[in-house]
Design a protein around this ligand. Sequence first.
Ligand SMILES: Nc1ncnc2c1ncn2[C@@H]1O[C@H](COP(=O)(O)OP(=O)(O)OP(=O)(O)O)[C@@H](O)[C@H]1O
Ligand SMILES: [Mg+2]
Length: 290
Amino acid sequence: MTGEWTTPQDVASALESVGYLADARIAQVAFLANALSKPILAEGPAGVGKTALALALAEATGRRLVRLQCYEGLDEAKALYEWDYHKQLLRLQSEEGAAWDEIEGDIFSESFLLTRPLLEAIRSKEPVVLLIDEVDRVEVETEALLLEVLDTYQVTVPELGTMTAVTTPIVVLTSNNTRELSEALKRRCLYLYVPYPSIERERAILVSRIPDLPEKLADKIARTVSAIRQLPLRKAPSVSETIDWARTLIALGIEDVNDEVTSDTINVLLKYQVDIDRAAKEFSLDTPDG
Ligand SMILES: Nc1ncnc2c1ncn2[C@@H]1O[C@H](COP(=O)(O)OP(=O)(O)OP(=O)(O)O)[C@@H](O)[C@H]1O
Ligand SMILES: [Mg+2]
């Protein structure tokens, strides 16, 4: 637990000092996660700052970040631990003729254990932030691997027993909501929906991420992107795309946003031709086909 945080505002300030602008909800959930020692489950569209929240929490607290990137097919051996078979084999060969009872206890001991992110976070002597990124990518059965860690900050290795976290990690899980997560997983976490930022917050994010961006241009960009997000699009622009767009305008030496500029650079914000066409129609932008 981070003792200096006594209000959600403290968390917001700490995150802001490392360039992450939280809204009231994000700050409150991060505060409670720390106060109640509970994992955060951050869900929401792509590119709204879910992963960035975990990185910012690590930076703001000076904790090391331990990251488990989830993907289809992730298993215990990659998430928790595995035995170093190669080393075990070498030991077996060198001990030829010795009684199995003696060797067994030896080769299933700490020095033959390869720790993967979940076990690494639990065993770390220094406090860590554990990021379990894109948890919706693993099969629902694989979620079960996480439950013990999320519940009790423990990992059980049958041969060695149960290991308990030395210091309570701050845990952030992220999901893009590509499938429903299990009730069991949700129950163990504080739920946080991360929406697209408001115009004010997105403007502030732009200014914080791109120091040489003029305030007025940041405002124009945030307003334009917000208007584009209102359209029924296949994929609305995310904060990362807004940042890319701002950088694009700076690189092209553009100082103001108008329809012509938007039309000429919209491919930085929108990644589907149907969406580009839709935006063009809405804003009566010039497209190559008129
Ligand atoms: N509140 C914020 N304050 C500062 N920067 C932000 C904020 N939200 C998003 N960003 C910026 O937007 C970028 C995208 O954020 P991030 O990668 O965390 O998105 P994500 O929600 O994890 O997306 P995905 O679901 O695609 O993984 C980050 O590089 C970060 O710089
Ligand atoms: Mg992410």
